[in-house]
Design a protein around this ligand. Structure first.
Ligand code: ADP
Length: 264
């Protein structure tokens, strides 16, 4: 996180209340390249308080790269991200796509360690565990958890210290339908307490019913944005899946043509 590319906004210190829709992160004209490979091009988006923003798009469209950039884990190659939240010991919490914890510790020990990094204690860690429904798993070894439980511990970890922004990379991937729904409910509960939540997901039905806003990414660019209702209305489709297919169909054809060209 450089000062230039991920800077703090002046004038928001001392802000006491959280109004729905206040920007917490503002990304302007973000480019990102891995060496010569351009992955994001000119992405602008605001991640707002008290709402769940869902990032959807095909595999390889740049969702993880954008989320990592928003979380400040790497700097954009161009453009800037401005944090507009209140002063916080931890501004952004992040759940990686494949969370992993150091083996040999219990769930509660692991979360207490993370809490201590942001000035919290065991009680904070316990409260987070309860929130994700894992209070009974506090003395389980982190390396003996199912994939779903590991992800829930990861969500608890991402929310320790009450960061104003929480970034969740595919928090519901590989979970059974009940647990996926629970993950989206947790995201909504966080939003209800004022947190700006941004998550990626391939579960378009849950995104349609639970997210406040969507950003549809294709080929590293945002091709649709708005509330699920407004996107469906604009594209005159009955479901978010219809909107997704209408928006990326042309590009899928282009990718196929390109890859045929490359192999010939
Ligand atoms: P998504 O999350 O939408 O699947 P990613 O952000 O993971 O997309 O990847 C976007 C593109 O960037 C893909 O083409 C991927 O192959 C490429 N990519 C991702 N990580 C790296 C990396 N470390 N080095 C080079 N290319 C990468």
């Amino acid at each position: 996180m450089t000062e230039h590319n991920h800077r703090e906004s002046a004038g928001t210190a001392g802000e006491a209340t959280t109004a729905v829709g206040e920007p917490r992160l503002e990304a302007t004209d973000i480019d990102f390249s891995y060496g010569d490979v351009a992955v994001l091009g000119g992405v602008s988006a605001s991640i707002d308080a008290a709402s769940v923003t869902a990032l959807i798009g095909p595999n390889g469209s740049g969702k993880t790269t954008l989320l990592r950039t928003l979380a400040g884990l790497h700097d954009p190659t161009g453009g800037e991200i401005v944090y507009r939240g209140p002063p916080a010991a931890r501004r952004v919490g992040y759940l990686p796509q494949r969370p992993a914890f150091r083996p040999g510790f219990t769930v509660l020990e692991t979360l207490t360690f993370y809490a201590s990094l942001v000035g919290g204690d065991r009680a904070d860690a316990s409260a987070r565990l309860e929130r994700v429904g894992l209070a009974d798993a506090d003395d389980r070894q982190v390396d003996a958890l199912s994939g779903g439980m590991t992800r829930l511990v990861g969500i608890a970890q991402a929310t320790i210290g009450d960061p104003p922004v929480v970034v969740l990379d595919e928090p519901a991937s590989g979970l059974d339908p009940g647990m996926s729904k629970r993950v989206f409910e947790i995201a909504s509960e966080l939003a209800e307490t004022g947190t700006a939540v941004v998550l990626s997901s391939h579960d378009l039905e849950l995104v349609d019913s639970e997210a406040d806003r969507i950003l549809l990414l294709d080929g590293g660019e945002i091709v649709e944005r708005g509330s699920p209702d407004s996107v469906r209305d604009r594209l005159d489709v009955a479901s978010l899946r219809g909107a997704y297919e209408a928006s990326i169909e042309g590009d899928l054809r282009r990718v196929r043509v390109q890859s045929q060209g490359e192999t010939s």
